[in-house]
Design a binder for this molecule. Sequence first.
Ligand code: IPM
Ligand code: MG
Length: 352
Amino acid sequence: MSEKNIVVLAGDGIGPEITAAAVQVLEKVGEKFGHKFNFDHKMLGGCAIDKFGVPLPDETVEACKASDGVLLGAVGGPKWDALPADIRPEKGLLGIRKALGLFANLRPAVIYPELADASPLKKEVLERGVNVMVVRELIGGIYFGPRDVLDDGKTAYDTEIYSEEEVRRIAKVAFDIARGRRKKVTSVDKANVLLSSRLWRRVTEEVHKDYPDVELTHIYVDNAAMQLVRDPSQFDVLLCPNMFGDILSDEASQITGSIGLLPSSSLGSEKAGLFEPIHGSAPDIAGKDIANPIATILAAAMMLDNIGLSDEARAVEKAVGAFLADGYRTPDLGEGKRVGCAEAGRLIAAYI
Ligand code: IPM
Ligand code: MG
């Protein structure tokens, strides 16, 4: 029996629906395995702007820091699109990543055999297998480098900037993860053009010396984008700077045909990690009970792994597998026994 404090940041759009489904599944896990999960709901993103005037209130940061794990839905929507960059919902997301020191973002892209038809890639390509782990640096690079608007708004710049230490710690994460997988790291950069990429490449090679059992190759980001759709089976772990990882993880997720299925975890220096679906807040379908909660439910499984409850995490993954194998489908997943978001959450909880 263990007791864990979990902060839930439902956020905007479909966020409240998908997190409610994941909480329901976690409650069932608690019941079955004899744990007590305390859920503390806090605001982040557009809803926080509406209530507090800022996308990331201090009380949210404090609650997250004190927690064992943070479960996030999604943030943003057209309602807040016209706001200045510093009080947009996305700023809240970047802020909580930074405040919790979450430098490592793990985004697995795997293909579910039952859903292979949903992939835009040819069957022959998929048969070679898709199981890529994007390891994205999350609190550095161009997202956080010096930036400004000059000349009365006629010129603007952002800066890609990395220190050795920032590259070293994320490279270690990638190599450690590769050890538990197919032992291949492909490091993504643009070293033919960017100085920051040359540093990235050099430091990655230095870190590699401690991992002789893992294969390291380097790839330019443009080539990586192309190879990912040509033959995704060649990749195991893709180690990426912040923005390249943002772009390539969207591409990788679409290869699996179902962005609604893919979770991600963000880990760092504080105790609490942050766990969220890869997809966004989908404001166009919010409140219609048609969103797919599986990515968030699998994110909750990643959280269970992170807090030392691995059997419980496997039980959640198995429940999702059983739900799909029995033919249940939210509308994004194509033909099958049609269910909505709430019903999907209820059924998956029942499979635990
Ligand atoms: C993501 C998103 C965010 C990012 C946005 C919403 C700020 O695209 O998590 O991939 O760019 O990191
Ligand atoms: Mg993104």
